[in-house]
Structure formats: C-alpha cells, structure tokens
Ligand binder design. Structure first.
Ligand SMILES: Cc1ncc(COP(=O)(O)O)c(C=O)c1O
Length: 389
C-alpha cells in the first residue's frame, strides 16, 4: 500500500505531515518501514514519557488490558481512584476529573471556573477568563477561544464570549487588562511555558505578580500543564518551580506515557464545584490509561526528576555554545532553539540524518523522552550541531 497516497485520499487533510511513517520504537529510538533508525527528540509531542516499548509501562498497561479495558463511569474503578489519590497526594490538590486529551482537560477547567463564579456571584456575572497572548489551549470551540492567537479565531465562529487576552511577561498590560475586565472575570489561565506558542517561559516576577493580582481581584488561578506537566520541565509540574498554587490545573500528553488521557485537578476552593450532571466523559478515566499513568507517576520520583534537570542543563550548555544558535528557551526537557537557519530547514536536515525534532512557531523544539540515555542525547546533539550552521 502507498501509505502517503492513501493518507491523502482518505484522511482529512488537517496535518501537514512529514513524509515518514514510523513502524516501531525502542526506548528513544524510532524505526521507519525500511528499518532506518532515528533518535527521537519529539516523543510524540511530549507524550511518550519513557520513549517506546518501555518494558515497565507496557506491562502495566497490558496487565490492566487483560483484566478489564473499559467499564464506563457508571461504576467505581480502582485504577482511576488510585491514580486520583496519587495525583492529589503528589500535588496538594483535592480532587480530579479525568478526560481523554488536553483540550478536554482545559474545557473542564474553564467550565469549573465559570460554575464556581456562577455559584458565588450568579450566572453570567463573572464568567470572563483572562488568558495570555501566544497561548495554546486546544482545538475545541471554547479552548480555541481561550487560545490567545488571533490567527486561530477565524472560520469557526461564533466563539464563546468572555475571553480577554493579555501580553505574557508584561505586568503593565496585565494590570490594564484587569482594570478593564477584571470585575467581570472569574479566572486567569496560563501555561507556565508556552509550548505551541514558541517555548516561551513566563518570568518568575511576572507569575508572582499575576498570583498577587489574581488574589486582589478574587480570580482563580488556572494553570494549563498539558505540555509542561508530568516531569517535562524537571519538576512533576512546572507550577512548583514558580512557587504557585493553582486553584485548578489541567494536564494530559505525557500523563499516561503514550495513551490518550487528560486530567483536571481541583484545589480547596474548587474541589466541590462539579456535582452529578455538571460534567462527564464516556472514556474519561479509562482503566488502561489510568494504569499507564499510575506507572508513569511511580517512576517520576526525586532522583528521576533530578536526572531530567541534569540532562536539561547539559543540553542547554551544549546548544548555547553551538554556531548558528541564537537563543535557547524553555524549562527542563522542553527546549526551544532559535536558529540562524529557518527552523523548517533544520528539522528536515535533522530528519534526513536520523534525528526527529519538532517546531514551535519559528523555533526548533526538543521534547525528548525523559529517560533518553545521555549517549543518545549527545549523538543527537552532534547531528543538530551540523544542521545549525
Ligand atoms: C498547553 C497545551 N494545552 C492544550 C493542548 C491541547 O491538547 P490536546 O491536543 O491533547 O487536546 C496542547 C496541545 O499541544 C497544549 O500544548
């Protein structure tokens, strides 16, 4: 079968795919149909936390698959409860809602913030949410509206009202946005590091001010940790590094290590906002995905996270010293590289030389499996060095 022609004929054309089909993976290596190996610095866009075909993860998932694959949320489920308990104990949050993706986790975060405000102040009085320009929160209609990128606000309107956008890392703009709209808002929503927006991290002074202003205006803090979560930035969740205590946060991507999963976690103020009938999901909390996530969390301990930080520092040090590199951004193993050459060219050349890297706006983006061995990481960086200049 000609996979490229059949893809074009039968699959909706939403993706500008790179012309390669990976057929198997082993750790941080991917192989195409001809058996050509590639070092994977993309991890399925921050999904494959321990790379491919990881023994422990495959066992955890397949053991659960053999026991029971799905029961629905009409019944109790022990993998789901164990996972919720683990997530709460590791983050200080109180309750969890499970879904299947980042967009859904954010949709739940938005709905909960609005219901919190509706319960306290009356419906539609403080339903607004402030989000950051350059953010990306998902592809559903509400999460697209929350996304602070004008280019994404075409073709699918009308979008839900009540999203107000402010410039990231600009305290004056935040103050002005709050003065104009704060009184009709219930929350501020942000990614600690904007992923799709170009791997741009928020400054700590900015997030400290953001948290103080949220308190002043009686707004909930909503952290989108879909991409930054689950060890990616060198702590279990990025908000820990910022000293923030979100009232709600969302996560997905690497949580289940390669299976579709999302979670929305609620703090003390919001734990009991959702009630029977408020929200739901047929597949949310699926036991096979939950077993994968429990396994992922069981390995993301202090030593593992310290190792992520060590690899991050090493990678940054090497990248910063390379010719053709203008800037290195991000946190942990979520790294953005501004290059002299267009990112597109770098990515294509790296692929031809057996290294998979991604883009984010005009930057090359690295999101390797968190357990990538140091020698493979160095080998991949050697290849990247040759593509930059
Ligand atoms: C920060 C952030 N939020 C939300 C999403 C949407 O997640 P999903 O594609 O799983 O719906 C993404 C995906 O890239 C993301 O990076």
């Amino acid at each position: 079968m000609d996979i490229f022609a059949n893809d074009k004929q039968y699959i909706a054309g939403t993706y500008a795919r790179t012309p390669v089909a990976f057929t198997r993976g082993e750790g941080a290596l991917l192989f195409d149909g001809n058996g050509k190996p590639y070092i994977d610095l993309g991890a399925g866009i921050a999904v494959n936390t321990f790379g491919h075909n990881d023994d422990g993860w495959v066992s955890a998932v397949t053991d659960q698959l053999r026991r029971i694959a799905h029961t629905s949320n009409l019944y109790f489920s022990s993998p789901q409860v164990l996972l919720a308990k683990t997530l709460c104990e590791r983050t200080g949050m109180r309750k969890v809602f499970f879904s299947n993706s980042g967009a859904e986790a954010n949709e739940c975060m938005i709905k909960t913030a609005r219901k919190y405000a509706a319960d306290r102040f009356g419906e539609n009085t403080r339903s607004g949410i402030i989000t950051l320009k350059g953010s990306f929160h998902g592809r559903t209609i509400a999460t697209l509206a929350a996304t602070g990128q004008d280019a994404m606000h075409h073709d699918f309107g009308p979008f839900p009202d009540g999203f107000f956008y402010t410039e990231p890392n600009d305290i004056a703009d935040l103050e002005a946005t709050l003065q104009a709209h704060g009184g009709k808002c219930c929350a501020i929503m942000f990614e600690p590091v904007q992923g799709e927006g170009g791997v741009r991290q928020l400054a700590r002074e900015y997030t400290a001010k953001l948290a103080a202003l949220a308190e002043q205006y009686d707004l909930l803090l909503l952290a989108d940790e879909v991409q930054t979560g689950n060890g990616r930035t060198g702590t279990l969740f990025a908000f820990e590094q910022y000293g923030l205590s979100p009232d709600i946060f969302s996560t997905a991507k690497g949580l289940a290590g390669g299976l579709p999963f999302g979670a929305t976690l609620f703090g003390a103020k919001t734990a009991d906002v959702l009630q029977p009938g408020s929200h739901g999901s047929t597949f949310g909390g699926n036991p096979v995905c939950a077993a994968g996530a429990l396994h992922v969390l069981s390995r993301l301990d202090d030593d593992f996270l310290a190792d992520v930080r060590k690899k991050s520092e090493h990678t940054r040090r090497r990248l910063t010293a390379m010719q053709g590199v203008l800037d290195v951004t991000g946190l942990g193993l979520m790294i953005g590289i501004e290059t002299k050459k267009p990112a597109k060219e770098v990515i294509a050349e790296a692929l031809a030389h057996g290294v998979v890297v991604l883009s984010a706006k005009n930057r090359v983006r690295l999101l390797p499996p968190l357990n990538i061995p140091m020698d493979l990481l160095d080998q991949a960086l050697d290849v990247l060095e040759t593509t930059f200049s």
